[in-house]
Design a protein around this ligand. Structure first.
Ligand code: SF4
Length: 326
């Protein structure tokens, strides 16, 4: 499978008079065709900013892409004109947000809103357009008779289904789903995730799934990238990382999940809090919170090391040179 998306050394910051927040720092990431990549990290880790960077929707000002390359189907999106990007958004890459009301217009019917997405990229006769929109509604489990209903006539889960229908309406190659189920009740979350999994296969789409929930990743993803302070600290196949997490931050995330098998009074939490993006620590950005921190971690920025095939970790504990005292 070839790479559909490849991000190289991407850095994004938000600049105000008082401060510069380094939201994304030298980030590297790839998604192959047909693959679902889970993008995991605490709030403020830079996950959503990365997604907005891919869509070239970082609000400017105060945001700006400082450096890097974002290759999609082999072409650097950062070199595209705004007109070219409008052709790509919704058509080749679409985005699903956490709160469906961010994407839905309360004064248009849901059917019209799906039609609008299709109309942006295809010139179809009116009756054919309606048929396509009705088919999309049925694909996400909503009867076509509800075409003329308004968003307020739907529950939260049904609204998110409409948003998914809009996201898939032009059969994009890549869907970026930003915490798509976080705003929903737990039982509805499972249904929506199941639907997304089915549709991903049916439409042969790749997916970047942004979440803070490792359970969702285990259920849905093929690969996972763990993000900390704007960089990927561990990346690999879901099974490998779940069976053998290596980065102290990833291990901390797993230890903080409640388990039915263990009888614990308290959950293990990662000490400290995420760093201030306007004043990031030197060396490894995780060092003030790391229980394995060595003196060198305060000075040297860890590079990704391939510890087993396709499993990368950015931590000096796995640096052979340091182990051997070099
Ligand atoms: Fe901890 Fe050092 Fe590894 Fe950073 S590089 S995670 S501080 S051991």
């Amino acid at each position: 499978m070839g790479n559909l998306l490849e991000i190289k050394n991407l850095s994004i910051e938000y600049v105000t008079d008082e401060r510069t927040n380094k939201a994304v720092n030298n980030l590297n990431l790839k998604i192959r065709e047909g693959e679902t990549l889970g993008f995991v990290g605490e709030t403020g880790a830079g996950k959503t900013t990365t997604a907005l960077g891919i869509m070239r929707l970082v609000p400017n000002p105060p945001g700006r892409i400082v450096s890097g390359e974002i290759y999609f189907e082999g072409e650097n999106l950062l070199e595209k004109t705004e007109k070219e990007m409008r052709e790509i958004r919704g058509n080749k890459i679409s985005m699903i947000f956490q709160d469906p009301m961010t994407s839905l217009n309360p004064i248009m019917t849901v059917g019209e809103q799906i039609e609008e997405v299709i109309k942006l990229h295809e010139d179809l006769p009116k009756d054919e357009l309606r048929k396509r929109a009705e088919a999309m509604l049925e694909t996400v489990g909503i009867r076509k008779e509800r075409f003329d209903n308004y968003p307020h006539e739907f529950s939260g889960g049904m609204k998110q289904r409409v948003v998914i229908a809009m996201g898939l309406a032009c059969n994009p190659k890549l869907i970026i789903a930003d915490e798509p189920t976080t705003a929903l009740d737990v039982t509805i979350q499972a249904q929506v995730l199941e639907l997304m999994k089915e549709l991903k296969i049916k439409f042969n789409t790749s997916m970047l799934l942004i979440t803070h929930d490792l359970g969702v990743v285990a259920e849905t993803c093929d690969y996972v990238a763990i993000m900390y302070a704007g960089s990927v600290v561990e990346y690999g196949n879901v099974e490998r990382i779940y069976n053998n997490p290596l980065h102290p931050y990833t291990i901390g995330l797993f230890n903080s999940i409640p388990s039915l098998d263990e009888d614990k009074d308290k959950l293990d939490v990662i000490p400290g809090s995420p760093p201030d993006p306007s004043n990031l620590p030197t060396g490894c950005k995780f060092h003030p919170r790391c229980i394995n921190c060595m003196e060198i971690c305060k000075k040297r920025v860890p590079e990704p090391i391939e510890v087993e095939e396709g499993h990368f970790v950015s931590c000096l504990l796995y640096d052979k040179g340091i182990k051997e005292g070099k």
